[in-house]
Design a protein around this ligand. Structure first.
Ligand SMILES: NC(=O)c1ccc[n+]([C@@H]2O[C@H](COP(=O)([O-])OP(=O)(O)OC[C@H]3O[C@@H](n4cnc5c(N)ncnc54)[C@H](OP(=O)(O)O)[C@@H]3O)[C@@H](O)[C@H]2O)c1
Length: 284
C-alpha cells in the first residue's frame, strides 16, 4: 500500500464512515473489490455493493484480492470482525487491515495480530462527522485524521487529502471524548436551541449566523477570549431568569453548559456557581 500506487480494497461495514472513506479512496484511484456487513443480504451491504460495483459477501471471504481491508463496523463489533478476518484464508500476507474507531488504537485488532502476524495493522480515525457516503466524502479532504500502526496508514490519510497526526494509545479516551464533544455535543446543543427557539416562535435559521460566528471567534481568539454573554459578565440575575424560563427538562443541560462557561472565564463567582450547581435543580 503506497499513496503512489492505489490497489484494491475490501470494506467491512458499509455504513456511514466506511462508505464515505471508500468513496474518497475510490476517487484517489482505489478499486473496491468486495463489501461485507453482517450478511450479504442486508440492505446496507447490497446497496454499497451496487454503488461500488462489487460483490456483497461475507466477512470471511471479503479480503480476497485486496491489499487493504477497512473495518468500519460499530466499535463493539471490531474484535469479532478482527477474529473472523484472523480465521479467513482470503486474507493474504502483507495486507493492510485498518479500523476507523477513534477510541481504540491498533490494540482493538489484537486477535488478528495474534492469528496473523504476517498482516499489517493500523487505525485511521477521521476527525470529522460523516453522516453519509457523499456528505462524508466531501468533508474528508482538509480534515485532520488520527493515525496509528503501520506507516502506510499515513499515506492513506494523505491520499484522501486529510492531515494525519499521531495519537498515543493511552490518550485515545480523552481524544475521542473531545471529538464527540466537538462533533456530537455541539449538535445536541443546537437541538436544544431549536426546541427553545421554536417554542418562542423563532426559527433555528435565525440563530445560525450567531452559531457560525461563535465557532469562528473561538477559532480565531481561542474559546476563553471568544466567550460573551451573561456568564462572562457575571449577570447572575439574567442567568436565574433563564433557568426560571426554561422547561424543567431543559435546565440540567443549561446549567451544565453555563457552569462550563464559568470555568472558561477562570473567575471565582460563588453566587453564580451555586446557582448552576446540579443540586440547585431540586431547590427551585
Ligand atoms: N460516522 C462518523 O461520523 C464516524 C467518524 C469517524 C469514525 N467513525 C468510526 O467508523 C466506524 C463505523 O461507524 P459508522 O458511524 O459508519 O456506523 P454505521 O453507520 O452504523 O455503520 C456500521 C456498519 O457496520 C455493519 N456492521 C454492524 N455490525 C457488524 C458486524 N458484526 N459485522 C460486520 N458488519 C457489521 C453495518 O451493516 P449492517 O447493520 O447492515 O449489518 C453497517 O454497514 C466506528 O468505528 C466509528 O467509531 C465514524
Amino acid at each position: 500500500v503506497t499513496s503512489a500506487s492505489p490497489g484494491a480494497l475490501a470494506l467491512v461495514g458499509p455504513g456511514r464512515a466506511g462508505a464515505a472513506l471508500t468513496v474518497a479512496l475510490a476517487r484517489a484511484g482505489w478499486k473496491v473489490r468486495a463489501v461485507a456487513g453482517r450478511s450479504p443480504e442486508r440492505d446496507s451491504t447490497r446497496s454499497a455493493a451496487e454503488r461500488f460495483h462489487c460483490p456483497a459477501t461475507h466477512v470471511r471471504d471479503v479480503a480476497a484480492g485486496a491489499q487493504l481491508v477497512i473495518i468500519a463496523v460499530p466499535d463493539a463489533a471490531i474484535p469479532d470482525v478482527a477474529a473472523a478476518l484472523g480465521a479467513s484464508p482470503s486474507l493474504v500476507a502483507g495486507t493492510l487491515v485498518v479500523h476507523l474507531a477513534g477510541s481504540f488504537g491498533v490494540d482493538a485488532l489484537a486477535t488478528l495480530a495474534v492469528a496473523r502476524p504476517d498482516v499489517r495493522l493500523g487505525a485511521l480515525h477521521p476527525l470529522q462527522t460523516l453522516p453519509g457516503a457523499d456528505e462524508g466524502a466531501a468533508r474528508l479532504a482538509g480534515s485532520w485524521c488520527a493515525v496509528a500502526g503501520d506507516a502506510a496508514v499515513t499515506e492513506l490519510a494523505l491520499a484522501i487529502g486529510c492531515h494525519p497526526f499521531v495519537i498515543d494509545d493511552d490518550q485515545r479516551g480523552r481524544y475521542h471524548a473531545a471529538a464527540c464533544i466537538a462533533g456530537n455535543h455541539l449538535v445536541a446543543l443546537l437541538g436544544q436551541v431549536e426546541r427553545l427557539a421554536t417554542a418562542a416562535g423563532v426559527p433555528l435559521d435565525a440563530f445560525l449566523p450567531l452559531v457560525r460566528a461563535a465557532v469562528d471567534n473561538a477559532a480565531a481568539l481561542g474559546p476563553a477570549a471568544a466567550l460573551t454573554g451573561p456568564v462572562s459578565r457575571n449577570d447572575v440575575d439574567t442567568v436565574a431568569r433563564h433557568i426560571d424560563a426554561l422547561p424543567v427538562d431543559e435546565r440540567d443541560a443549561y446549567r451544565a453548559m453555563a457552569a462550563a462557561a464559568l470555568t472558561l472565564t477562570g473567575r471565582d463567582a460563588p453566587e453564580l456557581r451555586a446557582l448552576l450547581a446540579p443540586n440547585e435543580a431540586a431547590s427551585r
